[in-house]
Design a protein around this ligand. Structure first.
Ligand SMILES: C[S@@+](CC[C@H](N)C(=O)[O-])C[C@H]1O[C@@H](n2cnc3c(N)ncnc32)[C@H](O)[C@@H]1O
Length: 349
């Protein structure tokens, strides 16, 4: 039985658990801070007061992560050509998903024992590999499990709160496991969610294996008070398609992406932003987040290169991200930093 299945069998959360947090072997459950007024602690906002005054000359261009995953290098050597973009996402999704479903404490123990054995027997190659594995696992334990930096439910709730929408239609472009759309659906009950990703592995594994028992803190539509929501309570359709082929009209209240803009070089950024605009109602909200350019993130992507760097990747700060969004014809309503991402809420101008 996998660690996630065990978690599903034994744990169910309810309103009594609100204001608590708990560490499972794979991730943190965090039901703290249902009060709107407290959410400001989890986001630093209003860094820029007038986007029209900002220029690329002042703020510089994003930082490009150059360390590439071993699997990609091997594929390219074998095929004597550069890896196609879709293949690079397929490699990324399979590699990244493995980490979300780990029993981290058990694997740490196992790796430590193996390393001790190799040290005793003086196996230099295995020692080097074992140390590298342990460093990655410890980093993952800290960033994802202890700090909850990747899912960051409190930061996301702070970013998403207060939108003027009822029973929204939500489109998530490059949805992977769909976490942020589920958080939005919990906060805005009655939501209709469409997750789009062209890698079917995301529908069949990343989303399908996202824990049924993971509690999303949201709103009770009957009382307006807090309520715990689960994936199975939500109205979610998963579409496996290239976002460039979508045929929707301007029908969505929210178009969302998380970690997409930084994966295309500058000449394609406008095209990506246009795909967000294309399906938005005139009153609809664009929501985007991208990883922050900070020293610890640069280090993280260097250490985790074999796990995560199959694709082109940049790190940017909120000014750089905002300027792309502003120059593409959006008005920025809220912007700021959450734990490891920049976040923006905008409307078309
Ligand atoms: C970096 S992931 C998003 C981050 C995500 N939260 C995660 O945990 O991996 C971007 C996703 O977009 C998908 N994607 C990239 N380009 C796409 C396209 N043109 N059409 C559909 N999906 C795309 C990839 O398959 C990938 O699952």
């Amino acid at each position: 039985m996998s660690v996630i299945q065990k978690h599903e069998e034994f744990l169910q959360y309810s309103e009594q658990d609100i204001e608590t947090t708990l560490l499972t072997p794979s991730f943190r459950v965090d039901l703290r801070n249902p009060k709107k007024e407290d959410l400001d602690q989890f986001i630093t906002t209003n860094i820029v007061s007038d986007w029209s005054q900002l220029s690329w000359k002042q703020i510089g261009r994003p930082y490009e992560v150059k360390t590439v995953a071993k699997d990609r290098i091997e594929w390219e050597n074998h095929n004597q050509t550069s890896m196609p973009v879709k293949t690079s996402w397929e490699y990324f999704n399979r590699s990244f998903h493995e980490w979300f479903v780990k029993d981290v404490p058990a694997e740490l123990e196992e790796k430590k024992k193996a390393l001790a054995k190799h040290l005793k027997q003086f196996h230099l190659g295995e020692i080097k590999e074992g140390v590298g594995d342990l460093i990655k696992l410890r980093l993952w334990n800290y960033v994802h499990r202890i700090e909850d930096g990747i899912w960051d439910p409190r930061g996301k709730r702070a970013l998403f709160e207060g939108l003027d929408i009822q029973k929204p239609k939500i489109l998530f472009l490059g949805a992977a496991e769909g976490y942020e759309a589920m958080q939005l659906a919990a906060m805005y009950p009655g939501a209709e969610v469409v997750l789009v990703d062209y890698d079917s592995y995301c529908r069949d594994y990343r989303f399908a294996e996202f824990p049924e028992s993971y509690p999303f803190l949201g709103v009770n539509p009957r009382t307006g008070g807090p309520k715990v929501w689960y994936k199975s309570d939500m109205n979610i359709e998963y579409v496996v398609e290239d976002i460039r082929n979508l045929k929707y009209g301007k029908e969505f209240d929210i178009v969302l992406s998380v970690g997409l803009l930084e994966h295309v070089p500058d000449e394609h950024k406008e095209e990506i932003l246009d795909m967000h605009r294309r399906f938005l109602k005139p009153s609809g909200y664009l929501i985007m987040t991208t990883p922050r350019d900070q020293l610890k993130s640069r280090l993280y992507y260097k250490i985790m290169a074999d796990v995560m760097n199959h694709t082109y990747r940049e790190l940017m700060n909120i000014k750089q991200m905002g300027l792309f969004v502003y120059e593409s014809g959006f008005d920025i309503l809220r912007h700021g930093y959450i734990k490891v991402h920049n976040g923006i809420i905008a409307k078309t101008r």
